[in-house]
Write a protein that binds this ligand. Structure first.
Ligand SMILES: Cc1ncc(COP(=O)(O)O)c(C=O)c1O
Length: 431
């Protein structure tokens, strides 16, 4: 029957085969499954979905309201005022020497990444432990992907020797490295030294870098995260947006900072944007101006969000590490990877051999939702999962003083506490 739908009257497929093989994003799929279980009255501990738990700062919401009647199409590459503010923001908060004309505005960094994937031909290098959507975006245009190996002992951060090895193996083709720090799914943050070592390899091999810095200010130890664009400005495109740092995923506003050396691509990007999304919603762009101005009240709001996330992540990291679950050390973003390889024999004895099978088992038997590592370029047999630690009430959390965070976690973060307890029960059940 399904086959019938994919064939036209001449018996030929009329669906693009690259698109046909894509599945809906795993993150959204698990979120729907958890929602439907909760609707049936089941209690589920949701470590699957990575949306900021905090409300949008009132200054941004107010600016959006004030501009609600603005019905003009704005320039295709974005509102001039917003581009200026983002360039200033990148200079001040990410150490990136940017100016207005390098900034492009789009409906989310995801869309800008996709437009860039459409534009650049070559082999896309994705470190194991990277965001779920990079791969499918490239597959949708039948592009070439090379997964780069990373290791738990290095928090799954890419090491220069692996990059060098893969550059040698793809010496005759343009290479595009996608790097994301702070990282989804590991929570790892690259140090400036680590980025310097990667820069050397990139420069020697003429690699173009897509640097996904959407979580940049969600850094648990520094006020912002080092950017490879500050070391390798000539070939790094930086991506960012309102979704994570400003908790405004639904506003759909992202930006891209194109290096001066790639300025000749301006007309290509402009053409692509104008033929696809035209421009981002006007009121949202004005709200973006307010966000990127980073007035003092907003700066302290974001840093309090970060303090809370750090407290929650440390609680989970400590609790799970104590019982032998391998955890990446979260240094930023909303996530960590957790692994059950120490229990592999006992898990295999249950008839479970892959992370996908284990994620279903954990959801059904222990009511814990985790995303299997396979969504993040791990092999199935590596029993690693992404744990997102945002299932708590961000409004309540913002009312608490720093000294009260651990009480808040114990008494008010029912889903976080419950999820950790369930994982402990699972490990105990293995004997
Ligand atoms: C690593 C990473 N990059 C990009 C995005 C896309 O963000 P947006 O399109 O909302 O700007 C996300 C969202 O989950 C993400 O986690």
């Amino acid at each position: 029957m399904e086959l019938f739908f994919y064939l036209n009257i001449f018996g030929m497929s009329f669906i693009n085969s690259n698109i046909k093989k894509l599945k809906p994003s795993a993150t959204l799929a698990i979120n729907q499954k958890v929602t439907s279980l909760r609707e049936q009255g089941e209690q589920v501990f949701h470590f699957g979905f990575g949306q900021s738990p905090f409300p949008i700062h009132k200054s941004i919401v107010e600016t959006l309201k004030e501009n609600a009647s603005n019905n003009n199409y704005l320039p295709t590459v974005g509102l001039g005022e917003l581009r200026v503010e983002i360039a200033n923001f990148l200079n001040k908060y990410q150490g990136i020497p940017a100016y207005k004309d390098q900034i492009y505005i789009g409906p989310g960094s995801k869309e800008l990444l996709y437009q860039s994937v459409l534009l650049f031909e070559g082999v896309y290098m994705i470190p194991k432990g990277s965001w779920v959507s990079y791969g499918p975006q490239i597959e949708s245009k039948n592009g070439t992907i090379q997964i780069l190996n990373t290791e738990f002992k290095n928090n799954f951060k890419l090491e220069p020797k692996e990059l060098e090895l893969q550059c040698k193996q793809h010496s005759n083709i343009q290479k595009i490295l996608i790097i994301n720090s702070p990282n989804n799914p590991t929570g790892a943050v690259y140090t400036l030294n680590e980025l310097e070592a990667l820069t050397k390899v990139c420069r020697a091999n003429n690699v173009i870098v897509f640097s996904d810095e959407i979580y940049s200010q969600i850094n648990f130890n520094e006020s912002f995260s080092p950017s490879i664009a500050s070391l390798y400005p000539e070939k790094t495109i930086v991506f960012g947006g309102l979704s994570k740092v400003f908790s405004a995923g639904g506003y759909r506003l992202g930006f891209m900072c194109l290096p001066k050396e790639l300025e000749f691509l301006h007309s290509n990007y402009r053409a692509l944007f104008s033929e696809t999304f035209s421009a981002v919603s006007s009121p949202v762009q004005f709200a973006g101006v307010e966000a990127y101005r980073m007035k003092p009240d907003l700066v302290s709001y974001v840093s309090k969000n970060v303090e809370i996330l750090k407290a929650v992540s440390s609680y989970i990291f400590n609790s799970l590490s104590q019982i032998g679950i391998e955890c990446t050390q979260p240094q930023g973003a909303f996530y960590m990877m957790i692994g059950f390889n120490k229990f592999k024999g006992k898990i295999n004895a249950l008839g479970i051999h892959t992370s996908e099978e284990l994620s279903i088992y954990l959801l059904e038997k222990f009511k814990v939702a985790l995303l299997p590592g396979t969504d993040f370029y791990f092999s199935s047999e590596e029993l690693f999962f992404r744990l997102a630690f945002v299932d708590f009430d961000g409004v309540e959390a913002m009312k608490i003083n720093k000294s009260g965070y651990s009480e808040f976690i114990k008494n008010k973060c029912f889903n976080i506490m419950g999820g950790v307890e369930s994982l402990k029960k699972f490990v105990a059940s293995l004997g």
